[in-house]
Design a protein around this ligand. Structure first.
Ligand code: TRP
Ligand code: ZN
Length: 876
């Protein structure tokens, strides 16, 4: 890069000068190039007040302009300016037709943006700014056009030719070629354009919408994966039905297609009528897919489907509004998954992710509000903040409005803005207009970054029977935001009396939402005879860190009595965190540790209790992750966290061994695999017991794990058994099982990814050299993001003692990979950089090593915008 990349600001937004009535594209696909012919009907935008504005089109430097003409007249170099990513025509007419031919190279496109090849097939990824790598076009979401697309390619290699909308014509051409024309009647921004050409098989089904229209559903994959498409189809139909029932949203085209591809930067993409999915988010069957894999498929299929309304019919005005579609759609898919499975379990999983990863992002150098003010590269803003925190913000809107008014608000939003490109402000306005509520203060959630903290204290006046809760809020500074205004925080709470019964609150119920709007506020509850135990942040009603000085006995009391499932789990987490944090603070390698017996007795009573939801039992018994304990630390002590977790797990296993074995046996049923919520729960409890037992490192537990591996009829049981043996000190058994596993599954790419991950996360000595060896293995492919994630990201995130080795070898390894990937696939390079950006959380010695690697990346030469932005912001 000759110049430093510049930031783009929300405040500079201007309406587009031209509208694009229609976009006619013809693709000629070859092995060594692709030609793209575009015919654009363009008119002045009456909403743009500039007189005689220039026409500005985006075009990536990799696009070769073969020809350009205006109303049939060929343009020469003097008629336009091509500079950087822009092509400008100074004074075009009011209405005209612009035709162009461009030449691009999908066969050598390793960035996986625009048109590229995944294995033997052509496919596209245009969000956010990939369309400019295909042809010259206003590549901004507020320019919407009706697309008509013809795809022409070799008939033998590419029998299936797909694009958005409905197929309207097809035919044969010379040289064994054929073509298909597609028409999408819905105006859309270029980022929703899609094209696929390949040798694909599909399954087909049908959905009848609530108004009685027939929709053909097709899911495409390579022939070898045809047996892994049924679950996605069922999930799709469930999602279509759910969106009709829950939001009144009906599908709008006659056909809905999903295509599975191996090479993909993210999870999946909601292109109108033609979703493109990473194979990891669509393929599933019992033999090859774990329970969490099934759940991911269900959630992602639903997510992309829900985008048809929250994203496609109503889209974003500009990329600063990304959370408008992503936050809302994540909220929608989370509620769908909650309805399909266990609601509390889904909530616990989402909150765990938010608290570990999103809170860490909010506290790091890339922290940004869910509606950012500026960016250098938008791809860097597909973050947990935009997605997960964005979903929490929508959830708070629903909490504040109540379900009925929230639905009224979403109806109004979809009706009012159908066919438009809008802002998060439009979303909030619709919610206000439909409900009559004032969300002015609530808007701070959109423009203030950082995780708010609530410090709660209480006071009981026995004589007056009065209980006072005092809530103080604050929010730490984040880049560019020193001081924050007070947030409007819905704090759901309840009170438990000394018998563990719920107290009736002023609203006549046992849960009430406190509107926290001031920096300090006191809430008074009267008519109480004894001091209650408060149950706070029920259902995790706001994405905040809540502090209340719970005694360990009070946490055990809440674990046993709280009527809110989320808070029961949270009490167990808090108890474990409190105990483990004390051990971490006190840690010394030569000093013996002692475990507070209350954790063991709490866990024992959960194991013994009759009739508890098994999924919840296994969540409660799962120790806080390394990542969560790290997030909670001011200065992460990698070795102490690792040692304490091992010690606590081992102590629990020693003391509860018989119970764990019994619960394992009770749940080890010989019945056919099903991914339903009850079966998933049973397997997760069983496998949790196995992992505790395996931490004993006895011959008996080794045999148990090996037996499970041998008899498993599903990937969940098989994978857990393999992980436990592979990560144990039984090195020869580990080696043998890993070899066996690879032999069985070398033909299944997604299973091989599990095999790679298991080895990359193996904490035994020599981890880094094993990782380097894995990268030489024929199963590894340095161009495939799934492989890169399975080895490199897994090593950095899940093998912390080795990644954070004090000789700096882990950091150096990652920096080397980033420097290689920077030119090959900038999006993946920037994403994989995340662990190094957190350097300020570590000891001085590690800080220095991490920072040196960031500096080495910065000085390594031509940086992509993606990597430049992350590195430069991290080094501030
Ligand atoms: N809109 C997609 C989703 O969340 C995200 C996505 C898919 C994406 N592929 C991408 C974003 C590539 C940036 C780059 O469903
Ligand atoms: Zn999305």
């Amino acid at each position: 890069m000759s110049q430093e990349p510049k930031a783009i600001y929300l405040k500079d937004y201007k309406v587009p000068a031209y509208l694009f009535e229609s976009t006619d594209l013809r693709f000629e696909l070859f092995e060594d190039e692709a030609l793209v012919h575009a015919e654009l009907v363009i008119t002045r935008n009456p909403a743009c007040t500039a007189s005689a504005p220039a026409l500005e089109l985006h075009g990536h430097e990799s696009v070769e302009l073969v020809s350009l003409s205006l109303d049939g007249r060929a343009l020469t170099d003097n008629d336009y300016v091509r500079e950087g990513e822009m092509l400008t025509i100074a004074t075009p007419p009011e209405r005209f037709c612009l035709t162009s031919t461009t030449r691009i190279h999908p066969e050598s496109n390793t960035a996986l943006e625009g048109l590229y090849k995944s294995g033997g097939m052509f496919c596209t990824q245009c969000e956010a700014e990939g369309f400019r790598r295909i042809t010259f076009f206003p590549d901004r979401p507020d320019v919407m056009s009706v697309f008509r697309t013809t795809v022409e390619a070799d008939k033998t290699r590419y029998p299936e030719l797909l694009s958005n909308g409905n197929p309207v014509a097809r035919g044969l051409a010379d040289n064994n070629r054929h073509w298909v024309t597609w028409e999408d009647p819905f105006p859309k921004p270029a980022y929703l354009f899609a094209l696929v050409a390949g040798d694909l098989q599909h399954i087909e089904d049908r959905f009848v919408t609530m108004s009685g229209r027939n929709v053909t559903l097709k899911i495409f994959a390579e022939e070898k994966d045809l047996d892994k498409l049924d679950y996605a189809m069922t999930s799709l139909k469930n999602a279509m039905k759910w969106d009709e029932e829950t939001y009144g949203r009906e599908y709008d085209l006659d056909i809905y297609m999903i295509v599975a591809v191996d090479f993909f930067n993210m999870g999946a993409m909601e292109n109108k009528g033609l979703n493109i999915f990473n194979t990891s988010c669509v393929l599933a069957n019992a033999a090859t897919t774990t329970d969490s894999g099934f759940q991911r498929v269900e959630a992602v299929v639903a997510h992309e489907y829900f985008h048809n309304w929250s994203g496609n019919r109503v889209t974003c005005r500009d990329w600063f509004q990304l959370s408008l579609k992503e936050g809302f759609t994540v909220f929608r898919d989370a509620e769908f998954s909650a309805d399909m499975n266990s609601r509390t379990v889904k909530r616990v999983e989402d909150v765990s992710l938010l608290r570990t990863a999103q809170f860490a992002e909010d506290a790091g150098p890339m922290a940004h509000p869910i509606r950012p003010e500026s960016f250098i590269e938008i791809s860097n803003f597909y973050t947990l903040t935009i997605y997960e925190k964005g979903a929490e913000v929508v959830r708070m809107v629903r909490t504040l409005l109540g379900e009925a008014l929230f639905r009224k608000g979403s109806d109004l939003y979809f009706e009012r803005h159908d066919g438009q490109a809008v802002t998060t402000e439009d979303f909030i306005l619709a919610m206000e207009d439909a409900s009559g509520q004032d969300l002015s203060q609530f808007r701070a959630w959109y423009h203030q970054a950082g995780t708010p903290e609530l410090h709660v204290s209480d006071q009981f006046d026995a004589a007056a029977g009065e209980y006072k809760l005092t809530v103080k809020q604050s929010c730490p500074p984040s880049p560019g935001q020193e001081k924050k205004s007070a947030f409007h925080i819905p704090l759901a709470m309840g009170l438990l009396n000394e018998k563990g019964e719920e107290v009736e609150l002023p609203n006549g119920e046992t849960t009430q939402i406190l509107n926290v709007t001031e920096f300090e506020q006191t809430f008074i509850f009267s008519g109480l005879s004894t001091k209650p135990v408060p149950s706070l942040l029920r259902g995790f009603s706001a994405p905040v860190k809540l502090f209340y000085p719970y005694q360990r006995d009070e946490l055990m009391f809440l674990m046993a009595h709280d009527s809110d499932g989320f808070c029961r789990w949270d009490a167990a987490q808090k108890l474990a965190v409190d105990i483990m944090q004390a051990l971490i603070a006190d840690y010394h390698p030569d000093k013996a540790m002692v475990l507070d017996g209350r954790l063991v007795s709490a866990f024992r009573s959960v194991l013994d209790a009759e009739g508890l939801d098994k999924a919840m039992v296994s969540k409660v018994l799962t120790l806080p992750s390394e990542a969560y304990l790290s997030e909670l630390s001011d200065c992460v002590d990698v070795d102490a966290i690792d040692a304490v977790r091992k010690f606590v797990r081992h102590s629990i296993a020693v003391q509860l061994e018989d119970r764990l074995r019994a619960v394992y046996q009770e749940n080890d049923l010989d019945i056919a695999y099903s991914p339903d919520a009850d079966s998933v729960a049973r397997r997760s409890l069983k496998n949790l017991c196995l992992s505790y037992l395996m931490s004993l490192e006895t011959e008996a537990s080794l045999q148990l794990a090996k037996a499970q591996y041998e008899k498993a009829d599903n990937m969940t049981d098989m994978q857990v058994a393999l992980v436990l043996v592979a990560h144990s000190s039984f090195r020869s058994d580990a080696k043998a099982l890993l070899a066996d596993f690879y032999q069985r599954w070398s033909g299944e790419s997604l299973v091989v990814n599990l095999w790679l991950s298991i080895q990359a996360s193996d904490p035994n000595e020599g981890a880094l050299s094993r990782v380097l060896e894995l990268m030489q293995h024929p199963a590894f492919d340095g161009k495939n993001p799934n492989k890169l994630r399975s080895v490199i990201s897994v090593f950095c995130a899940q093998n912390s003692t080795h990644f954070h080795a004090l000789d700096g070898s882990g950091y150096r390894f990652l920096a080397d990979r980033i420097i290689e990937l920077n030119s090959q696939n900038p999006q993946i390079a920037a994403r994989m950089l995340t662990p190094l950006t957190r350097w300020k959380k570590f000891s001085a010695a590690r800080q220095a090593l991490m920072k040196a690697e960031l500096e080495r990346i910065r000085e390594s030469g031509d940086l992509s915008k993606d990597v430049f932005e992350v590195v430069s912001k991290s080094l501030v």
